[in-house]
Design a protein around this ligand. Sequence first.
Ligand code: SAM
Ligand code: DTB
Ligand code: SF4
Length: 377
Amino acid sequence: MSNNNKMKERKNIWTKEEVFNLYNKPLLELVFEAAQIHRIHHNPKEVQVSTLLSIKTGGCPEDCGYCPQASRYHTDIEKNDLMTIQTVKAQALRAKSFGSSRVCMGAAWRNVKEGKDFDQVLEMVRTIRDLDMEVCCTLGMLTKNQAQRLSDAGLYAYNHNIDTSKEYYKKVISTRGYEDRIKTIGNVRKAGLTVCSGGIIGMGESLMDRAAMLVTLSTLNPYPESVPINSLVAVEGTPMEELEKIPIWDMIRMVATTRIVLPKTTVRLSAGRTQMTDEGQALCFMAGAGSIFAGDKLLTTPNPDINKDMELFRILGLSPQKPYIKGDKPQVNENYKNSNKKNEKPIWSRPGHKIDANITATKNGAETKRKTKLTLK
Ligand code: SAM
Ligand code: DTB
Ligand code: SF4
């Protein structure tokens, strides 16, 4: 590690330009530096394995441009109401049997609403916790009181991504603002939960936007315990369906840069792994990725087969990390505290986008769905 970066780690105050320059270093230099930092704070032979469970799928009122679950887009996902506790338990046991230490339950909600559904989610949290697994939820925006209720039920972590830079966020989502995300993250913190917050690359953002996102994460005080780095899964029917997949080198650079800027965080190699080679993923692990989502499905899109992942672990000499012991409430490391930190649907539009065309798709001559083609301005 360069002396300069050792100093940065102590202060953890990064400018966008510094992070941009780090991201653009010669690739192998960057990976080497990140690998060194990874070894100081993490066990490089272990990878934390999480399993995603979509407990409520589709029908979301938000307009996140990347998301197949937004009701205003015309995607082929299967919508589902809230899962039963029995199904959640069975899925969690299955995940545990293949080495997963954490279940992350995702709901296509804008925000949590008090009532029957939330009570059911709290019971799901208690059920998974009683299986000696870590429980994470991603349910949209939360109030402080809701975060506290989740914490009391035994939740370990809450996932709430900032997704991109503050500037670019407006071009991706119009139904809520960046500050709303930051506020929920604050509520999660106040309830003593660990924070999982990261973003997506490959949405048409600039390299400076990627750097700015990492600066924002680094200034959260304390900074997130885990940072998922997703590569856009361009789903047909979403405004981003035609965006080209990013080169693997971008993913490696993003993982390495995250590792250096947020040395103690667990960097999670998230969506997009089906498009990566084993060698590409190996470089990501080398560069500091310490966690993956395992199981053949993310929330609605495919993920590598678990046997394939376990074979890759075997080849690379990696093993799945054990979960925290039951009742052992996660403690925020003191060092963190010191760190700085369908049919016919209405045409829609939103700021920052230009509608190129509204196209009616046909199958065997019959009208099936209408697609809205947009480009980011
Ligand atoms: N509704 C909640 C929310 O938005 O926070 C939770 C579920 S949402 C699907 C969780 C995260 O998944 C998003 O913040 C985004 O980062 C990621 N995500 C969604 N669709 C994606 C896609 N097509 N490619 C990559 N990541 C995606
Ligand atoms: C995160 O950052 N990535 C995960 C998890 N947190 C919830 C979700 C990825 C979703 C990819 C698209 C889908 O499967 O619907
Ligand atoms: Fe809804 Fe979350 Fe998808 Fe946005 S990312 S549309 S909030 S499910």
